[in-house]
Design a protein around this ligand. Structure first.
Ligand code: 5GP
Ligand code: MG
Ligand code: MG
Length: 190
């Protein structure tokens, strides 16, 4: 695969996640935390984040999926909490990859609240500048990024590129190359 423009290197991501973990630890102290990972984009972040948190915690998952275009979250958003553990009376920290328009996080928080948690806060790896369409804000943000489509470190394009250790910008030439590779039957993420 040809080089993609790197927005944040592996080392920068590590440092940013460590900084955010310190803020989270400070906010909760020794209170046991119920971390809920919003599938699928947050799995890489959650794996790294929990190893920076030296506090009692559990890790569960919730699924948010949108039936829309490949690169946007337009269309219907559905939240599936069937895989999540019991959060009644718990302090929940939702973890997602990116806060873009904010609709996903708002919908997931609404769903979480139906189960009677003691508190709900949210942490995201990225917040995209100038895209918000909701008033709610994530409580913890590792990086502010410009309005560009990024992949890697859990974030996908058409379910590819989640495994990149860095955060890259998927530009038009990367997209063209992706389509050529798919047409040729080659896995572009490999
Ligand atoms: P929101 O509902 O905040 O607009 O969008 C959040 C979801 O849209 C993210 O969880 C992610 O799945 C997707 N998304 C938004 N911006 C990007 C981006 O730049 N790159 C990737 N890979 N996904 C994005
Ligand atoms: Mg997502
Ligand atoms: Mg996606």
């Amino acid at each position: 695969m040809d080089a993609m423009r790197i927005l944040h290197s592996k080392q920068e991501l590590h440092d940013g996640v460590q900084r955010m973990a310190a803020e989270i630890a400070q906010a909760y102290g020794e209170r046991p935390l119920s971390i809920v990972s919003v599938l699928t984009g947050s799995v890489v972040l959650v794996a790294d984040l929990i190893r920076e948190l030296e506090m009692p915690l559990r890790v569960g998952v919730i699924e948010a999926s949108s039936y829309g275009g490949e690169r946007t979250t337009r269309g219907d958003l559905s939240v599936n909490a069937e895989l999540m553990f019991d959060i009644k009376g718990r302090d929940v920290l939702l973890v997602d990859d990116i806060f873009d328009t904010g609709h996903t996080l708002v919908r997931v928080i609404e769903k979480i609240k139906e189960f009677g948690p003691r508190s709900v806060r949210s942490a995201v790896l990225l917040r995209k500048h100038g895209r918000q369409e909701v008033t709610a804000q994530p409580d913890f943000v590792a990086f502010e990024i410009p309005d560009e489509f990024v992949v890697g470190y859990g974030l996908d394009y058409d379910d590819h590129y989640r495994n990149l250790p860095y955060l890259g910008v998927l530009e038009q030439d990367d997209l063209d190359r992706h389509k050529d590779l798919v047409a040729a039957g080659t896995d572009p993420g490999a």
